[in-house]
Design a binder for this molecule. Structure first.
Ligand code: HEC
Length: 144
């Protein structure tokens, strides 16, 4: 997918009536992006393209940005997909964990996709793809 396509799609979802994206073009949503593309767009600024916690925004943050390739290592070699899904989505954790340096992505994606029932399914699908992407970027356990 080309960069101009992505830009066009984002503009279209921000203002559905925007002209100039080509008559008859399919509406573009975040569910058209792969896990890697979603990660690059929403997460890499802080976590780095490869997830190592070295994105350009990380240095200026008061909270340390974790290395996402070592989640499994930090968790006795197992990737806790369910917990990670809830961490990214954030909506079920909001109050319990006090302040959080990350946006509540479940909410962000839901709004971005139109804030209706379909958007809820799409937000879940987007988070699912991100979790899958993170699972694939886990460094092998030490000694392997
Ligand atoms: C504004 C910077 C920023 C952005 C953008 C960001 N994160 Fe984070 N992320 C953090 C910080 C800081 C933490 C540490 C926990 C906290 O304070 O929220 C974190 C924690 C996490 C964790 C928990 C890691 C662990 O070891 O438990 C996951 C998973 C995660 N981020 C995934 C993502 C994904 C996926 C995206 C994109 C949708 C994303 N982050 C975007 C800053 C960011």
């Amino acid at each position: 997918m080309s960069a101009s396509n992505i830009k066009c799609g984002l503009a279209a979802s921000a203002a559905a009536l925007l002209a100039g994206c080509g008559a008859g073009a399919q509406p573009f949503g975040l569910t058209d992006l792969s896990g890697a593309e979603l990660f690059e767009r929403f997460c890499a600024a802080c976590h780095g393209v490869e997830g190592r916690g070295d994105g350009p925004v990380a240095a200026g943050m008061s909270t340390a940005v974790p290395d996402l390739t070592r989640i499994a290592q930090r968790n006795d070699g197992e990737f806790p997909a369910g917990t990670i899904r809830e961490t990214i989505d954030g909506r079920s954790l909001a109050a319990a964990h006090g302040t959080r340096a990350m946006p509540v992505w479940g909410y962000e994606f839901w709004v971005e996709e139109g804030a209706d029932i379909t958007a809820e399914q799409e937000a879940r699908e987007i988070v699912r793809r991100l979790v899958q992407h993170l699972a694939e970027m886990q460094a092998p356990a030490r000694g392997e």
